[in-house]
Design a protein around this ligand. Sequence first.
Ligand SMILES: C[S@@+](CC[C@H](N)C(=O)[O-])C[C@H]1O[C@@H](n2cnc3c(N)ncnc32)[C@H](O)[C@@H]1O
Length: 172
Amino acid sequence: MLRVLREVPRNAPLLDIGAGHGLFAVLARGRRVVAVEPDARKVRRLDGIEFVIGFDDVITGTFDAISIIDVLYKIPLDQWDALLMRCRSRLAANGILIIKEQDPTARFKNAWNAIQERGATALGLTLGESFTYEAPAEFLARLKRLGFENVQSKRIDFAYPHPHVMYTARKT
Ligand SMILES: C[S@@+](CC[C@H](N)C(=O)[O-])C[C@H]1O[C@@H](n2cnc3c(N)ncnc32)[C@H](O)[C@@H]1O
């Protein structure tokens, strides 16, 4: 998460979608942070954070940065474009979208990730039935098709067993 946090511009108001227990929101504190999470079990009062129960569409206004960390894979693929377009409309000019996912093309690391995630879903720890990853080349093409600019991907999994990949994209 610290590797992802480096991409959030200093003082930029941040919207964190699918915030879970709010860990990234806590790390990003010190600027305006709005965290939104549909699983009410995870939402709690945290100083300096506007923590909201719901899906992203309950949030209004614009943000300089939006983060979506390990959330897309829980959402069916045919809903990704709509979510990403909502993000685009909620970004301020030159705002940055930061997405963290797993790279399914990393065969061995991804096999380990799949085992762990199936266990978490079976135990009901994470909301959502979907388990969808897209190869970085396809996901970058998706972001470009949706009108994002300066679209980039970066593996951030050095010394980790999971194939963490981060995407950044700008609204111009
Ligand atoms: C693996 S957790 C990641 C949580 C947090 N982002 C983190 O990195 O600690 C996935 C989160 O996505 C949330 N989620 C599931 N479906 C969602 C959706 N359609 N929109 C937003 N969040 C969703 C789940 O409730 C869960 O908290």
